[in-house]
Design a protein. Structure first.
Length: 255
């Protein structure tokens, strides 16, 4: 019969500290990652979990040139080494260069990363130091009842030379841009589609660079030929979303 007493196979030592969570696939090596839970130090090393990367809800994460870049509701952006997870740089308020609103989307290549804020501002940052190269409001809120201006950004095409941006419920356009020849040169517009979706939730370039996929709040996926953004499907009227978008005030209350 199995021994349930001290030292037996079913015994447990009650020390008051919480047990380490079961490991999940590791996303890289790195230095120890610890947090305090109920007064006990919990070691997350090797679990693939990065804790306390931002002070508010994290909206986006992407890999750019071997770096792990993340953004959050409070407008903060953090750059970490993609293998060791050591932090390289961070930009956040009250830094005057930091985004003024939540950063919904990130996309990058060739030593730079683009951030899209809900006020429609696209900013370009150098990597890994996060120096602001240029910033412009591409998707302003054009409807008084709208919450969001910008919602999506993607980079792709041959040599990652094209940039695509998408608006929220306040600016429903999709715009394709030619990236500047140098990192500090703003992008140049090439093509635009108005009323692409009731809200452009996400954009992605095809690997071969000749197509752009867009996802709307109503659940449909549209395919667009590049660089002119001609649709592969017949023109249609996008219905209103069947579910309400989260109010900006509600998101702000989480900060």
């Amino acid at each position: 019969m199995a021994d349930g007493g001290p030292g037996g196979r079913f015994s447990r030592t009650l020390t008051g500290s919480r047990r380490r969570p079961p490991p999940i696939p590791t996303i890289g090596g790195g230095e120890p990652v610890h947090t305090l839970e109920d007064g006990a130090d919990v070691d997350y090393t090797g679990t693939g979990v990065l804790l306390d990367t931002h002070a508010s809800e994290v909206f986006c994460v992407t890999y750019v040139d071997g770096l792990l870049v993340s953004s959050a509701l409070d407008g903060s952006i953090v750059v970490r080494d993609g293998e060791t997870h050591r932090q390289f740089s961070e930009v956040k308020r009250p830094n005057p260069c930091a985004p003024r609103d939540a950063v919904f989307a990130l996309a990058g290549a060739n030593g730079r990363v683009y951030s899209m804020c809900w006020d429609g501002t696209l900013a370009c940052w150098s990597l890994p130091d996060l120096n602001l190269l240029h910033s412009v409001c591409l998707h302003p809120r054009q409807r008084s009842s709208a919450h969001y201006g910008g919602f999506a950004v993607a980079i792709g095409g041959l040599g990652n030379a094209l940039l695509a941006t998408g608006g929220g419920d306040g600016d429903r356009r999709i715009v394709v841009w030619q990236c500047g020849a140098s990192a500090d040169e703003p992008p140049t517009p090439i093509a635009e589609v108005s009323e692409a979706h009731s809200c452009v939730n996400h954009l992605a370039f095809a690997p071969q660079g000749d197509l752009l996929a867009s996802v709307g709040a109503e659940g449909e996926i549209c395919m667009w030929l590049l660089p002119g953004l001609s649709s592969l499907s017949a023109p249609h009227v996008t219905p209103a979303p069947s579910f309400p978008l989260p109010a900006a005030d509600a998101l702000l209350s989480l900060i």
